[in-house]
Write a protein that binds this ligand. Structure first.
Ligand code: ATP
Length: 334
């Protein structure tokens, strides 16, 4: 029986990296029946609403998605479709492994970076609850609940136990946001107390950012509310070679959608310049989730080998290869 997977190429560089990721997955020999669903900024503007039912229906049916980015207009326009999808499907845990890529030259080559970021995915300032109180005065609501905080904390600690991780650092700003981040922190402490074998630590987000730049090798698992998780993910991506590298998974109780950390990168879209590593590695996470461990390992090793050879890398990581050329090299190295 083939695995059924909903593929949402998205827009911007999405279709290019989605095509590359699908080619690489198909080349592992795993039988996947892709259900292609188009979802782009243009489609949403035309439909006049955020999420067309056929996309949700497909994801609720296949329960597994591989997704490219969808452009979000800045300072106006429709709300983020990426965020709406996570909320609608209750994909509460955003999991982002950030690792040194063997062979890739970065500013941090003298240390080994290997951390996993757990970002709460459903609330915080990402709830999008904003309004203008009077002219030129706006309010944006930061929602933190015990329910969502406990859920992400349990998820992160369970992952750490299962995968032999030793340390979890909860990241917050509870010295200023005493109620909201305070609640998040209390939940993390409660769950930490149930897992005495994991070393638990707390870091204020500004200090965490500095520590990440100064000594990234000290971090194992990071546990963050939604907004800090978003910002720290991009920072962490910068440590290992940039947004072209870091994969991600949005996990719910019943549905999982795998997508890169990066956005639609309109500045390079349609020119064959996109690095498909992040979505390919997201696809490797997906293969593991589908129980195809062997294919997941082969795909990861194929990507690593391509970086070690260093001959067919994309521009963002210092090469001159186009998306297709990199993809061909990965497939040869499977
Ligand atoms: P969003 O807010 O939608 O997540 P973002 O602010 O993270 O988006 P991106 O669209 O991810 O922004 O792009 C940020 C920068 O990183 C751009 O200069 C873009 O070209 C570069 N970039 C992002 N992804 C890739 C990729 N896969 N390959 C090469 N460059 C990339």
């Amino acid at each position: 029986m083939p695995h059924r997977v909903t593929i949402i190429p998205g827009d911007g560089i999405g279709p290019e990296v989605a095509e590359a990721a699908m080619r690489a997955v198909n080349a592992t020999g795993v039988d996947i029946q892709w259900e292609r669903k188009e979802l782009t900024a243009d489609i949403i503007i035309e439909a006049g609403k955020e999420l067309p039912a056929h996309v949700l229906d497909s994801l609720n049916d296949t329960r597994v998605g591989l997704k490219g980015p969808i452009t979000t207009p800045v300072a106006g326009g429709f709300k983020s479709v990426n965020v709406a999808l996570r909320k609608k499907l209750d994909l509460f845990a955003n999991v982002r492994p950030v690792r040194t890529v063997p062979g890739l030259k970065t500013r941090y080559n003298d240390v080994k970076i290997d951390m996993v970021i757990f970002r709460e995915n459903t609330e915080d300032l990402y709830s999008g609850l904003e309004h203008e109180i009077v002219t030129d005065v706006v309010e944006s609501l930061k929602i933190i609940t015990r329910y969502a905080s406990m859920r992400i904390a349990h998820y992160a600690f369970n992952y750490a136990v299962k995968h032999g991780r030793k340390k979890i650092a909860a990241v917050h700003k509870a010295n200023i946001m005493k109620l909201s981040d305070g609640l998040f922190l209390r939940c993390c402490r409660e769950v930490a107390a149930m897992h005495p074998q994991i070393t638990y630590q707390e870091l204020i987000v500004d200090n965490a950012s500095m520590q990440l730049v100064m000594r990234p090798e000290q971090f194992d698992v990071l546990l963050l509310p939604n907004l800090y998780g978003d910002i720290v993910s991009d920072l962490a991506a910068g440590l290992v070679g940039g947004l072209g590298i870091v994969p991600g998974a949005n996990m719910g109780e019943n549905v999982a959608v795998f997508e890169a950390v990066h956005g639609s990168a309109p500045d390079i879209a349609g020119r064959g310049l996109a690095n498909p590593t992040a979505l390919m590695s997201s696809a490797a996470m997906m293969l593991r989730y589908l129980g195809e461990e062997d294919a997941a390992v082969r795909l990861t090793k194929g990507i690593e080998q391509t970086y070690i050879e260093g001959k067919h890398l994309t521009k963002d990581v210092g090469g001159s290869a186009h998306t297709d050329e990199f993809t061909d090299a990965v497939i040869r190295n499977l």
